[in-house]
Each structure stands twice: as structure tokens, then as C-alpha cells.
Design a protein around this ligand. Sequence first.
Ligand code: AFD
Ligand code: MN
Ligand code: MN
Length: 431
Amino acid sequence: MTTNLPLSADQIATLNAPQMDALADDYGSLGRKLSRAGIDIDAIKDKVAAFSVAVPSWGTGRGGTRFAKFPIAGEPTNIHEKLEDCAVVNQLSTLTPRVSPHFPWDKVSDYAALKQEAESLGLGFDAVNSNTFQDQPGQAHSYNTGSLASTLEATRQQAIEHNIECIEIGQQIGSTDLTVWVGDGTNFPGQQDLGRSLDRYLEAAAQVYAALPEDWRILLEHKMFEPAFYSTVISDWGSSILAAQELGPKAKCLVDLGHHAPNVNIEQIVARLHRFGKLGGFHFNDSKYGDDDLDSGSINPHQLFLVFNELIEAELNPRDGFNPAYMIDQSHNVTDPIESMMSSAEAIASCYAKAVLVDREALNAAQQGNDTMMAFQALRRAYNVDVAPILAMVRVEAGGAIDVLTAYRASGYRVRKAQERKAVGLGAGIV
Ligand code: AFD
Ligand code: MN
Ligand code: MN
């Protein structure tokens, strides 16, 4: 199956070799420390090995702001090259075996062949993403009035049909989720009736919902602002859960970490959505000011840990088939996207491992007994553990690299691609 891996397994093993003794030493030392707290390090390692996060096909290209995009040499220009880059991320980090495609950006003529191509690279497909927030060449109706919530019936119909087409493509490549984020909203008070816009959205989304196959879900991604700066139709988790509840059991909410007002308690939103069986997916990134799409854990790793703490609680107390689609959703404006995705996958898995390490009995007892300091310390103790040896051991056992970034640079992959691939254009590049 995996006949087409972009990096040589031998080369990864050779790069790992001089570091193996040190890793065994660090892993052993952490194992002894954890065992004093009654924790079996191998059990934690197995949980981390079973954890994975999808990468977005569009995350392999340099992102940008509305001011500019600065491409790098060797960037991918089509889905085939994007898959190859995703395979590099997965080969070295071993945490990202699925790719989330975006249509029409990733359109091809033969999806069965695309699925096979992905498999030969050690990859599968995750949620399919529709795009009704920008116009495509030759498109009959512009989305300049919005899409699923547009006042124009023909535009709404076109958006519905595009989402249904995404489901049909998804069925051919093995996806079972459709993620819908719409840019619909307004820039001026009074521009649209806030209630009627939502009515139109719900009516159109219901038609997409009706086209979902039995085992599929529609994931509604809310976002507070941008491109609309006054109001957005699905602006927050409240609008999202109400819409999901109205649409039906196959509709769930997707939380993108960057899509909230600054300082919002996102971990509580996670807990709330889970409480009502509506947490369907997650887009990981980090932010300082808004929807910055910075690398996961680069600004506020503690928040990422607290989010995972809620996700582990949800995993332990599942409601309504808890099965969240985890994905990295970042805009890599100033780094090599492969490096950012590998570093982010590590930050995400690290917070997952720390959340697994939380002594839930101690936490629950302290909570129950109103011992605030000890409840906080239960979280703090886990957060302070350096889980790097666990992550590295997981990677080595799966054929990945101990030091992903050094291995990637030593592979010369990007330099090779810079010679093989055609240059991408300049221009603004918001993703
Ligand atoms: C936009 C949105 C959102 C979405 C992405 C892909 O902000 O994060 O996931 O496009 O559709 O960046
Ligand atoms: Mn997102
Ligand atoms: Mn976003």
C-alpha cells in the first residue's frame, strides 16, 4: 500500500540511531517518575500512539494576510503535490495520517485514483470542506451577497449544490464528514435582517443535511467575524448549537480555536457542546488578537492543555457517540508549512498526553470537596510534566523521527521540490 513514501525509512533510522540511547534513558527516567505516581508510562504511550490529528490540504501552502503572501520555493501547486507534503509531515511526526481536502481547490477528474494515490503515501482523507466564500472562474452566481444565507435564491441553490457535490466527492475518497464554514454576514448595521438571514441559512443547510448519507455528519464551523465585520450568520457556539439542534442528529458543531472573541473561555464551550452531544470537530491553531491562525500552542499552550482536559473528560464520559474530527487549521505565513505542521502536531499531541496524565480521581475528589488549590494542582502537576520522551518514543516505534525538524532539514526535501516544482504566484493569500 505505502509504496510511494517521499522520504527514505533508512535515512530516518540512520538519523535516529545516535539519539536512541539518550531517548531510552529519558524515557526510562520519566517512566520511573510516573510510576511513583502510579502511572504506567507505556499505557500513556499507547494512548498517544492511537491519537491523531488531520492536516488541511491548504495548510501545505504558504498562507498570507490580506496585505500579501510571500511564497517559498518548492511550494505545492496542486492536490498531488500537497498530498506528498502531507506524507512528509506524517512520515516524520507519525501523528497526521489523514488529510482534509477543500473543494473546489482540490478538484480532480478521478477520485478513486486520488484515494489510491493517498493510500500509497500512507494517507487517508478526513472531513471534506466546502467553499462558498469566494467565487471561482466561470461560476454562474457570485457569492458577493453570501451563500447559504444569500437573499438570492439562485445563489443559495448554487451553494447547496456545491455542498452536495462535496459530499459526493467525499464518498469516493472515504470521508464521512462535511465541514461547512460560510463567510455570510454583514458589514453595516441594517444591511440585512439578522433573523431572516438565519432563517435562510437554516432552510438551505437543511437541504444539504437531507443529502447526507446514513453514516455522515455535517460539522458547522462558527466564526465571530471576517470577512464580514459587523455580523456573521453562524457567529458563535450559541448560533452553531441552535442550528445543529434544528438540523438534526447528524449535525454537530466544530470549534476553531481562533474563532472567538479574545479571552473567551473556549474550554467551557467545549464542555457545553459535549454536554449536549454536539461537539463534532476541532480546528487547532493559536491566536493573540483574532483569527490569527498562528501555530498551535505557540501563544497559549496552557489553553490548549485546558481544552484537551475537557476533551479527555468527554472521551471518558462520552455522550451521543463522541467522535471528534481533529484538524490543524493554520496559516503558515512566515515558516515552511511542513515544519509548522510537524511542530504543531507535536504541540497538540503533547497537550493531549498531559491531559491524559491528569489524575482524574484526585481532581474529582478535590472538586467534590471544594478543595480549590488541590483541584488546580491536579491540573498543574500534569501540565508541568515534560512528555517529550513519550512523544519521541511513539514516533520511533511508528517509523518516525526522534527530532522531526532536524530530520526534515537533513532530508533536503524542500530543496529538491524547489527544483522540481513550478513557482507559485505572488498576491494576497488569506486562507
Ligand atoms: C477560513 C475560516 C475557517 C475555515 C477555513 C477553511 O476562517 O477557519 O476552516 O477558511 O474553509 O480560514
Ligand atoms: Mn477553521
Ligand atoms: Mn479561521
